[in-house]
Design a protein around this ligand. Structure first.
Ligand code: ACO
Length: 431
């Protein structure tokens, strides 16, 4: 057999099998076990995908030990510093940075799709005002398939592209309307001559009776948050999108599945949980108590915004956002913000504590993003919504890659540990 292989021997029978080893451009090689069941009659068990690659992908690479994140090969810190969110969208979608004419064409197409079908706005009125905006988001993104069904034939590349443009363009409008509805303010229509992120912030904060202005420093920090959240390879929500899409479900349905998954506090909901936690801790002198709780195996409390399945080093996104938080608070004249001070203190104490050091628990992207958003005036319950808007480009690209790669339907196997086969007992004969 050509190339490197891994030989597996079944000690029960002595049968051996050479499994091919596939090498990617970066990261550890992968053993191809597709023939494993056929040859050995055994499944492999890996709940949580600790050792299992679920697909091949060309989009994003993470080296969790080194704290490296690349979009299409470009380091995240370079993109966060020099690029724009729309340029990152182009890069993720097409694999290369755009030329100026290509970028202008792309931006024009996206910004010309920002408005929602007017009837979609009626949907909002059906939700309770006090609904979590993420709950509205899940419903509205799924509802897109009821309004944009002229682009739902996923076998046609042009349809896939049109759906992608609609998702990138309309999600900020949907998200902003979710917020406006929850606070009883009128919806704000998009303004296409603004940049993507500035338009979103305007739709969040503009009221008919006042002019909208926002410091470029705050807009740039938000743009960085969008760039940093754009993709993160096969995380839970992205895998959900790929799995949902593998049944040939339409992209709006698949992306709304991703939004649902992202909502959980162990994933995208963590940024909301971080701010709630910091508010609950309240002051620096209570940090020790919470560190003790986080370390107590009998206490379910975890330090939110700490730890990551892949990063066993400082999350490169957290480093960028820590700097952005300093810049935003300086711009607002709030360098002494007590919650930011508390976060810095918490990070410092955790980073010198053996428990966190040994388990390699570092701040993740969510640790500082909430502080920035809160300083900008975004309420806590919108953090995960914003994460979902930014991540939608990653989901779309991963979905497109999966569909165009003609991957078969995702169908994990299981180790069944339930009751063995038994006969039905009629109700009147049961004890
Ligand atoms: N606080 C305290 N202890 C922690 C934390 C934490 N935040 N995170 C992990 N640990 C401990 C666990 O208790 C476990 O201890 P043990 O070995 O004694 O049992 C050990 O570290 C390993 O933890 P796992 O849960 O096995 O790590 P996993 O990789 O499965 O989980 C996760 C990663 C879910 C992110 C976890 O670190 C966590 O819950 N963090 C807080 C929530 C959070 O910030 N989520 C955002 C993730 S980033 C994102 O989705 C954008």
């Amino acid at each position: 057999m050509a190339g490197e292989t891994l030989t597996i021997i079944d000690n029960r029978t002595g049968k051996s099998l050479e499994l091919p080893i596939q090498k990617g451009t970066e990261g550890p090689p992968v053993v191809d076990i597709t023939k494993f069941y056929k040859e050995f009659g055994l499944f492999t068990l890996d709940p949580g995908f600790l050792s299992t690659a679920s697909c091949k992908s060309t989009i994003t690479f993470i080296d969790g030990d080194e704290g490296i994140l690349l979009y299409r090969g470009y380091p995240i810190d370079q993109l966060a510093e020099k690029s724009s969110f729309l340029e990152v969208c182009y890069l993720l979608m097409w694999g290369e940075l755009p030329t100026r004419p290509k970028f202008e064409e792309f931006s024009k197409i996206v910004m010309e799709h920002t408005m929602l079908h007017e009837q979609m706005l009626n949907f909002y009125k059906g939700y309770r005002r006090d609904a979590h905006p993420m709950a509205i988001m899940v419903g509205m993104v799924g509802a897109m398939s009821a309004f944009y069904h002229d682009s739902l034939d996923i076998q046609i590349p042009r349809h896939r592209e049109v759906s992608a443009f609609r998702l990138i363009a309309k999600l900020p409008t949907i998200a902003a309307a979710s917020y406006k509805y929850s606070i009883g303010q009128p919806f704000v229509y998009p303004k296409n001559e603004l940049g993507y992120v500035e338009n979103f912030l305007r739709m969040l904060f503009k009221v008919p009776c006042a002019k909208f202005t926002m410091s470029p420093v705050l807009v740039r920090a938000m743009e960085q948050i969008f760039i940093l959240h754009a993709d993160h390879e096969q995380n839970a929500s992205t895998s959900t999108v790929r799995l949902a899409g593998s049944s040939m479900a339409n992209p709006f349905a698949a992306i709304s599945a991703g939004v649902s998954c992202l909502w959980g506090p162990a994933h995208g909901g963590a940024n909301e949980a971080v701010l709630n936690m910091l508010n609950e801790i309240g002051s620096v002198d209570r940090v020790g108590e919470y560190i003790r709780r986080a370390k107590d195996p009998n206490d379910s409390f975890r330090l939110m915004g700490f730890g990551h399945r892949v990063y066993k080093n400082y999350d490169p996104r957290a480093r960028i956002l820590k700097k952005a938080a300093h810049e935003v608070l300086a711009e607002l004249g709030r360098e002494d913000d007590p919650i930011f001070k508390l976060a810095l203190e918490l990070e410092q104490i955790a980073q010198s504590d053996d428990y966190f050091v040994e388990k390699k628990l570092y701040p993740n992207v969510d640790f500082y993003s909430g502080i920035i958003q809160s300083a900008i005036g975004i309420p806590t319950n919108m953090f995960t919504v914003i994460f979902s808007v930014a991540r939608s480009i990653g989901w779309i690209c991963q979905w497109m890659e999966m569909i165009s790669g003609k991957e078969s339907i995702g169908r994990p196997r299981q180790l069944y540990v339930g009751a063995p086969q038994r006969d039905y007992v009629p109700l009147h004969r049961r004890p």
